[in-house]
Design a binder for this molecule. Structure first.
Ligand SMILES: [Zn+2]
Length: 493
């Protein structure tokens, strides 16, 4: 096994000479760590030029940029390397204090995570360094702000490292940082930087990182307002669509779906009644993601029901209820019967990595005029907007893409569907779940609402901030997403 290779870059801009004592101290320290290393001290007329020259010459797996004056303990370099090497993050910014956030003005103008102007220490994975530093173009110390902006643009994760001590000189103040911040914004508007990987839903380049959650980054599309995970891990499609089937610790907060069987059955009945208004008796219906099989058990009485679920546990459980359920994903499912009259996806679409492929497949499985029933989160809904920041990690525990109402309409229409009906989705929740949720989210309101709950039926129908869409398959050809995509890879592949 090869050891960690580290490139330390000590950029010397302007009249600064090669800082011999610093280079010697770094070399002495790195020799004790067992890393293979190289130390570069590139010289250029400007700081930005020296930085870019150093990073382009660096060959290590981790690239660390160090202040020539070395105003912090040299072991901070090792800490920064360890953070990148462990895979916890792509980029490390050192700061003097643990609670450092930076100027509110700069954060509003650029990105939520800005570097500490008093500590010049940053570490990058080699791929992050090659993209982010190579794309930068400022020559002043403001290049540090530009790097933070580009890290967000290209979806790299940033973590902070507290080194305790910083330099006496600040590279940019709250006001001094304004000029570079405006220059960065203008360059971005002129498309001077390489474009970010495109949105998986609408193919727009106008995407940015909106949150960092454990192990991943959530990206947001400015055009279609959808949110999606930066990295889809392999085998994600094999996960059960229902969280209750996944083993998790008791300390985890209750998910929206951890409610009682009677609430689930009432929700399934409500969904079935929606289906009945659209489909004739004995129609052939496919449910994608069978959950606990409660919808299938109701649908089977009047329809020719087929279910698929990529999670073998869920499929087995539903089969045990006597349902015709296969362990398959939408792409691997082979329909041996005639085309379907209806296909249902209740909170399953969010778990699919490629919405265009999924809808093309659904269209293949449906008869012309067949009906698609879809319920999903709505990122334009009020409930979602109010709870987004708080629930970000929870929302993305199993979901890959969260859609906005407008993005879904556009997506369906481009994929050969015609929207028949669209509206808020309601589900049943039992009082026990609601009381638990209130106690953890709004403890002040809990006594009042608990008293009111006693007067209301159990389970109670509530809005979950999701929408339900009924769409009919058009007979004609759909817009060719593959042709658009073949120009350049999108996020999903
Ligand atoms: Zn988009």
């Amino acid at each position: 096994m090869s050891s960690t290779s580290v490139s330390v870059v000590v950029p010397c801009g302007g009249r600064e000479r090669e800082p011999r004592p610093t280079l010697d101290a770094i070399a002495r320290y790195l020799e004790t760590t067992g890393f293979t290393f190289e130390i570069l001290a590139p010289q250029d007329e400007t700081f930005g030029g020296a930085l870019r020259r150093g990073v382009s010459d660096a060959r290590g797996g981790v690239v660390v940029i160090v202040d020539p004056a070395l105003p912090y303990p040299v072991s901070a370099i090792g800490d920064a390397v360890a953070m990148v090497e462990s895979g916890a993050t792509d980029i490390v910014f050192a700061s003097a204090r643990a609670d450092f956030r930076g100027s509110a003005l700069l954060r509003a103008l650029l990105v939520p995570i800005v570097p500490d102007p008093r500590v010049h220490l940053a570490a990058f994975s080699s791929s992050a360094a090659k993209i982010v530093v190579a794309e930068s173009r400022l020559v002043s110390r403001g290049v540090e702000l530009e790097i933070a902006f580009l890290a967000n643009k290209y979806g790299f994760r940033i973590e902070r490292l507290v080194v305790g001590d910083g330099a006496r000189s600040r590279s940019f103040g709250a006001i001094g940082g304004l000029a570079p911040a405006i220059a960065i914004r203008l360059a971005n508007r002129r498309n001077a930087y390489r474009a970010a990987r495109r949105c998986p839903v609408c193919f727009s380049h106008e995407v940015w990182s909106c949150a960092q959650i454990p192990g991943n980054v959530v990206r947001a599309c400015r055009r279609c307002k959808c949110r999606y995970l930066n990295q889809f891990t392999d085998g994600e499609s094999g996960q059960p669509v229902r969280r209750v089937l996944r083993a998790h610790t008791d300390s985890a907060p209750p998910s929206y779906e951890s409610h009682s069987p009677s609430a689930r059955e009432k929700t399934s009945l409500r969904r079935f009644n929606g289906l009945r208004r659209q489909l004739p008796l004995r129609a052939r219906v496919l449910e994608v993601g069978v959950r606990d099989g409660s919808f299938g058990a109701i649908a089977e009485r009047e329809y020719e029901y087929v279910g698929i679920d990529p999670a073998s546990a869920a499929a087995r459980h539903a089969r045990a209820r006597g349902l015709d359920v296969y362990c398959a994903s939408l792409s691997s499912f082979v329909n041996t019967g005639p085309a379907f009259d209806g296909i249902t996806l209740f909170h399953v679409f969010e778990n699919m990595a490629d919405p265009h492929d999924a809808l093309a497949r659904i269209k293949e499985l449906l008869k012309p005029g067949g009906v698609l029933f879809l319920s999903t989160f709505d990122t334009e809904g009020l409930i979602y907007l109010f709870s987004e920041q708080k629930r970000m990690a929870q929302n993305f525990r199993t979901h890959l893409v969260l859609y906005s109402r407008s993005a879904l309409i556009e997506l369906l229409e481009h994929s050969g569907f015609e929207i028949d009906d669209i509206g808020p989705d309601f589900e049943y929740r039992d009082h026990k779940f609601l009381r638990h949720w209130l106690a953890s989210h709004h403890p002040l309101l809990a006594p009042l609402v608990n008293a009111m709950l006693r007067l209301l039926p159990d389970p109670l129908i509530v809005s979950t901030g999701s929408i339900r869409i009924v769409a009919k398959r058009r007979a004609g050809m759909s817009a060719n997403a593959r042709a658009i995509r073949s120009v350049e890879p999108t996020h999903a592949r």
